[in-house]
Structures are given as C-alpha cells and as structure tokens.
Design a protein around this ligand. Structure first.
Ligand SMILES: [Zn+2]
Length: 267
C-alpha cells in the first residue's frame, strides 16, 4: 500500500525494544493512527523531542491491513508547544485535553472539528491565553465536535427562553427552569451571564473565541457545569483532572506560577 501523509498530535507513546516506539497519534486526516516507528531511540537522542505527548508532527506511514499496528516511517516535529510545557498548570491542562481525546477518538475515524479544537487549544496554551478559559473553550468545542453540545438557549422541558433562575441538568442535556423543577441536588445554577458565555462559545468559530471575555463568577460556574456534563458523558476517571484539583489546594505562595516567577493568570 502507498505511504500515507498526515498531520497529527501524539496521544501516547510506548517503548518497543531498545530503539523503537509504538506511537498513538490523533491525526487530522485519519483520526487515531497507531503504529511502530523503528530505530529512533538511543543512540539517536536528537529525535527524542519528536515523540513527546502532545507534540504536533507530520507523519508518513503505511497502513497494515492484517496487523493491529501500522508502520510509521517518518514523524517530523511541527510544534513542540514549548511554553506550555514550562508551566505545570498549562502542562496539566494539555494532558487533560489529550486524555479526553484519547478516550473518544477511534482508529481511522477522522473528526476535523475535534482535531482543530485540540490543536488550537494547545496553541492558546502556548501563547499565554488564560489556561482555565482555554480549557472551557476546549471542552465546549470538544462536545460540539462530538454532537453533544449542551442546550443552553431554552429550557429542555418547556422551551421557555433561558433567562434568569435557570439550572443546568447534565442528565437532561441542558438548562431547566425553576417552573419545571430545576434546582434539584444534581443541578447547577446557571446565571444569565453563564448561559450567554456558553452560547457565545458554541456559536463562534474557535479562532475567534480567544477574544471572548468572561468574569471570574461566570468562569467558575461554567467550569462546574462542564465538569458535571463531561463526567456524565465520559464516564471514566481523568487523571489530569484529579491533579488539577490537587494543584488548586496548594496555598497561593507556593502556587506554581509564583514558583516560576509569573503572576497568576486571570480567569
Ligand atoms: Zn421549563
């Protein structure tokens, strides 16, 4: 079979014998590709950075029809997202994106919108955009690419426009008004600002979302809503999310931004 070319982001790597790797790559053109790449580890340390998790690369590979693993013959580094690797919060969010993509992506099932959500969110982390806002935008575009966008415009029960006094119910897939029983223990309050922020992200091309501002209250409410919604749909533990929760418990003077000599970023 002819060699295939693809642009991709590395989701996982495994050591294979002394000089080779098995790579799991989420490609724009083919979805998830899993293959072996030979003769690139010691004594060839100059290639080491090419195969790190969330590095973007250009692949050349041969699809093996009767074997579970393809043969990758080239993996050329395109973007290492270096600044995102130098800050523990950004690094953890990047790993969180990778974990989510690895759960939902399927072999040879391309999803360009999902790929763009990942690629552009990693670029936003690299360029210094608020890590938490980048994560909210990624989560919403991730859900949208999978056809799972939460319904924010109207109450999911009575179709009344969502304005004040509404709640978000993950199991119903959107907002529910107080008149329809919103406000149960499993519901999260959704202010008008939160509803509008989520709708705005859903309606805006990801390239333009980086300019959408959000208050701390709206950011925190959106985070709680999306955490519940993702847990409902992605029903498995996310290791990096647990680590992010632990990071938040570190007292401010020890917070990693301070350690790195940086000012904590606004939400
Ligand atoms: Zn209602």
């Amino acid at each position: 079979m002819a060699a295939q070319k693809a642009e991709g982001i590395i989701l996982k790597k495994y050591f294979l014998r002394e000089t080779s790797y098995i790579l799991v790559v989420f490609t724009k053109e083919f979805g998830k590709v899993q293959g072996t790449i030979k003769g690139v580890r010691a004594p060839y340390p100059q290639f080491a950075g090419n195969f790190e998790i969330f590095a973007k690369c250009e692949l050349l590979f041969y699809k093996k029809s009767k074997r579970p693993l393809d043969l990758i013959t080239q993996c050329q580094l395109v973007d290492f997202f270096l600044p995102a690797r130098k800050d523990i919060e950004r690094l953890t969010y990047a790993n969180y994106f990778i974990e989510l993509i690895n759960i939902v992506a399927a072999d040879y099932d391309a999803n360009v919108a999902l790929y763009e959500a990942l690629s552009k969110s990693l670029s936003n982390l690299r360029e210094g955009l608020s890590a938490r806002r980048t994560s909210r935008i990624f989560e919403l575009k991730f859900l949208q690419a999978l056809g799972l966008s939460p319904q924010m415009g109207f109450c999911v029960d009575c179709a009344t426009p969502a304005e004040d006094n509404v709640f978000f119910r993950a199991s119903s897939g959107g907002v529910i008004c107080a008149a329809c029983g919103g406000g149960r223990s499993q519901d999260e309050p959704a202010s008008r600002g939160t509803v509008n922020f989520i709708k705005k992200i859903q309606e805006t091309d990801i390239d333009k979302t980086r300019h959408i501002k959000v208050s701390r209250d709206v950011g925190e409410q959106t985070e709680k809503i999306l955490k519940k919604f993702l847990k409902y749909h992605v029903d498995r533990p996310i290791k990096s999310l647990k680590f992010l929760e632990d990071l938040k418990k570190i007292p401010l003077p020890c917070y990693p931004h301070k350690l790195a000599g940086m000012t904590p970023l606004p939400l």
